[in-house]
Write a protein that binds this ligand. Structure first.
Ligand SMILES: Nc1ncnc2c1ncn2[C@@H]1O[C@H](COP(=O)(O)OP(=O)(O)O)[C@@H](O)[C@H]1O
Ligand SMILES: [Mg+2]
Length: 352
């Protein structure tokens, strides 16, 4: 097992944009790192660079203490799982999972030990004799994960392995995969565009945009203290409300909000960030409020999200599911000022 590091790594595809831009990221030994960002932000390229499937333009990649820039893929000792796994349809689950080990010349007892252990961890113990067409999509994906896990590499690389699976199974596999990884203790980099996967699976998450790393931190820290407007808007669903405001001294003023800050600011304009749960339909006395005209209410089990307009700004708030609201109704929402964010209007950087 080993750490994996990108040191000032840049990847420039000929005739294309910079896919990965001066990336510095160290994934600790045994850590589960989730890399998250929108499509095209360079996630797959990062994994392919680490696996040796693409050459880097600049920088250094290390697995453990070893610089692997010039090490061919088969000698890097990483194991990769893709979204579009391909199993051998005529081979049993056992043979699919053990194929790589047989190619590497492992002896039968060692192969069996590893396959049985991985199958057990993934709940495939009773399916080893079946062939892929006799399995559900989720079971097939477990086999694909198992095939990577049996190799016992230094690092697992997962490239959106759950994104083609239906929601219920995805939620189950999320938990299974995280449990298996913790059990094996193998350093893992898991790439996804899904912020829910990032929040639930990562020991830390690395948020990417346009090839540039925006923030690396444990999920809660990224959620509570997003470093800039992009991260604030990307992590969390529904997204954080972002409202343009002017500031004079201690007073923030937007098209429909006024908030007194605990200190005075020297900046005269900013973007105010308020998470949906920092708005309340039962404001305490003297809490600053905003008035919202409701467009749509969405009930999801224990919570309800209400969407609408406050002045010129689209707003979403999380309220109690028992609250009855009508389209077009006006509602006054309290703002929890302990949980507001301020971002620079030009750079987008957080300053509070
Ligand atoms: N082989 C390639 N040739 C040229 N451009 C590429 C190649 N692979 C990826 N890119 C570009 O690099 C950027 C990052 O792609 P990718 O790493 O696949 O993003 P993600 O996995 O986050 O969706 C995109 O702009 C993509 O078009
Ligand atoms: Mg990709």
């Amino acid at each position: 097992m080993a750490s994996a590091s990108f040191v000032h790594v840049t990847k420039h595809f000929p005739g294309g944009d910079v896919a990965v831009d001066d990336l510095c990221l160290e994934v600790a030994d045994r850590e589960f790192m989730v890399v998250v960002g929108p499509s095209g932000c360079g996630k797959s390229t990062m994994l392919r660079l680490l696996a040796g499937l693409e050459t880097i333009t600049e920088g250094v990649i290390k697995i453990g203490d070893r610089v692997v820039n010039d090490v061919p893929p088969r000698n890097r000792d990483v194991s990769m799982v893709f979204q579009n796994y391909a199993l051998y349809p005529h081979m049993s689950v056992f043979d699919n999972m053990s194929f790589g080990l047989r190619m590497q010349g492992f002896a039968r007892p060692a192969i069996e030990e590893r396959v049985f252990r991985a199958a057990e961890a993934l709940g495939l113990g009773s399916l080893l004799g079946r062939k892929p067409p006799q399995l559900s999509g989720g079971e097939q994906q477990r086999v694909a994960l198992g095939r990577a896990i049996v190799k016992d590499p230094h690092v697992y690389l997962f490239d959106e392995p759950l994104s083609s699976i239906d929601a219920k199974l995805r939620a189950e596999l999320r938990v299974d995969l995280k449990r298996v990884q913790k059990g094996l203790g193998t350093t893992s980099i898991y790439v996804t565009h899904d912020q829910v996967e990032a929040m639930t699976m990562g020991d830390r998450i690395a948020v990417m945009k346009d090839g540039v790393l925006q923030q690396v931190a444990p999920p809660k820290e990224v959620y509570d203290h997003p470093t800039n407007v992009f991260v604030a808007g990307f992590i969390g669903a529904p997204a954080m409300n972002l409202i343009p405001v002017t500031i004079s001294g201690r007073f923030l003023k937007g098209s429909a909000v006024e908030v007194e800050l605990p200190y005075s600011s020297r900046v005269d304009r900013a973007v105010l960030g308020i998470r949906p749960e920092a708005l309340s339909d039962r404001p305490a006395p003297r809490t600053p409020t905003l008035e919202m005209k409701i467009d749509v209410a969405e009930r999801i089990g224990s919570d309800q999200f209400i969407y609408g307009m406050a002045g010129g700004d689209g707003i979403v708030a999380r309220v109690d599911s028992s609250l009855q609201v009508r389209r077009g109704e006006r509602i006054r929402l309290g703002i929890d000022v302990r949980h507001i964010h301020l971002f620079d209007v030009h750079s987008g950087q957080a300053f509070m």
